[in-house]
Design a protein around this ligand. Structure first.
Ligand code: ADP
Length: 397
């Protein structure tokens, strides 16, 4: 069985074609600058990589190009589109409308339209991507897999905000979290690696990338997560502020003449590591600048590690202990100094890391950096969100 996973952004469309028998990627690629000048498709299959520069005025054209690339006799991966058994679509926000993966049909797409506003940058793009695929492959079953899905096991006292309860009921304002497919994947992989049943384990999963979130996974179920109603909440990120007093945003808006939408855009796009350091949102540039003596880069990195450390502590408290901490995503997999700073001074948990192993280069495999005598396992596990989307799509069928 072959499943095509589609991740539509406002001006991009990433895809992977996965062979579910072996769970291996047979083709993948990315359409960039859809609706903008100079759009291009980068496609790889069979150890060949090609770049197709072609106008992509909208997602329909992008999907048509992707299907053409996948079936091309020279650089394709399948003979005909009939070999694609199903399509799984990534969707960022579900609200309470979708608590689990759902098959695409007219009814579910009408519901998707209703919750568009929950993620105004992402959900409309996903709808366009789904519609484009439905038009090109009307007989292929498709699934919607939500970033929020894994977090619906949180207890009410963890997902509720302390606002007027009737506003929660009316507008469904609450914590939803994000990166759910990643937290699910790495927590399951950790259990497998440790040879344990997920039901026996208390795990803190740290998905640290350009966007970062931390989850508490108790007995295989998410019981808390750091992102909130939107991905703005939690630890500071590449360009997002993370947790901030709402009144500070209102005060800044008044002082600078921003309206609410502009203030929100500022908090999402101009803050975090970029805002504090004034250097970059990219951790490679930040660590380089810090090592050259840039004190604001040092401050940004210290703020990031400190915030992550506090979430680990909070989730150990929430679960009455922790058996394993997992690091994943761009920063979690590739930045030893961040892992070291987060895991330092955790003697109260009996946690230590092996500093030599922590410094070893990412080899794409699971790495165990647990210190000698540490009571808590510390693992680095490469994430694979596309595979989770493909697996959940197969389950739907
Ligand atoms: P997102 O998926 O949220 O865009 P990623 O998980 O790709 O983000 O993480 C991007 C971050 O990972 C960047 O800040 C980057 O600096 C950091 N990073 C550090 N080392 C590497 C590396 N070798 N490869 C990719 N990203 C890296």
């Amino acid at each position: 069985m072959k499943v095509l996973v589609i991740n539509s952004g406002s001006s991009s469309l990433k895809y992977q074609l996965i062979d579910m028998e072996t769970e291996s990627v047979i083709a993948k690629g990315n359409c960039e600058r859809i609706g903008i000048a100079d759009s291009k498709l980068t496609h790889s299959a069979n150890d060949k990589k090609i770049v197709i520069e072609k106008d992509m005025p909208d997602h329909n054209v992008a999907v048509a190009l992707v299907l053409e690339a996948l079936t091309n006799p020279e650089h394709g991966a399948v003979k005909t589109m009939d070999e694609i058994d199903a399509v799984g679509h990534r969707v960022v926000a579900s609200g309470e409308a979708f608590k689990k993966p759902t098959l695409v049909n007219d009814e579910t797409m009408a519901l998707m339209e209703e919750i568009k506003d929950l993620a105004p940058l992402h959900n409309p793009a996903a709808i366009i991507g789904v519609n484009a695929c439905r038009a090109a492959m009307p007989n292929t079953p498709m699934g919607l897999v939500f970033d929020t899905g894994f977090h619906f096991t949180m207890p009410d006292y963890a997902y509720m905000y302390a606002i007027d309860y009737t506003d929660y009921e009316k507008y469904k304002i609450r914590r939803y979290g994000a990166h759910g497919t990643s937290h699910k994947f790495v927590s399951q992989e950790a259990a497998k690696y440790l040879g344990k049943d997920p039901a026996e384990l208390k795990i803190v999963t740290c998905h640290l990338g350009n966007g970062s979130s931390i989850s508490a996974v108790n007995g295989g179920k998410c019981v808390d997560t750091s992102m909130g109603f939107t991905p703005l909440a939690g630890v500071p990120m590449g360009t997002r502020s993370g947790d901030i007093d709402f009144a500070a945003g209102e005060y800044l808006a008044k002082k600078t003449g921003m309206n609410v939408s502009q203030a929100l855009s500022y908090l999402n796009k101009s803050c975090g590591m970029l805002g504090v350091s004034g250097v970059s949102s990219d951790f490679r540039n930040l660590t380089a600048a810090r090592d050259e003596g840039n004190d604001r880069a040092r401050l940004a990195l210290d703020m990031f590690s400190y915030a992550c450390k506090k979430y680990v502590g909070a989730y150990a408290a929430a679960m009455d202990g922790v058996d394993c901490i997992v690091f994943t995503a761009g920063v979690g997999e590739n930045t030893p100094c961040v892992r070291k700073a987060i895991c330092e001074n955790m003697t109260y948990l009996g946690l230590s890391i092996d500093e030599e192993k922590n410094e070893e280069k990412n080899n794409g495999a699971i790495r165990d950096i647990t210190g000698k005598d540490s009571k808590v396992k510390v693992l680095i596990i490469p994430t694979n969100e596309e595979l989770v989307i493909a697996r959940e799509t197969v389950e739907l069928l």
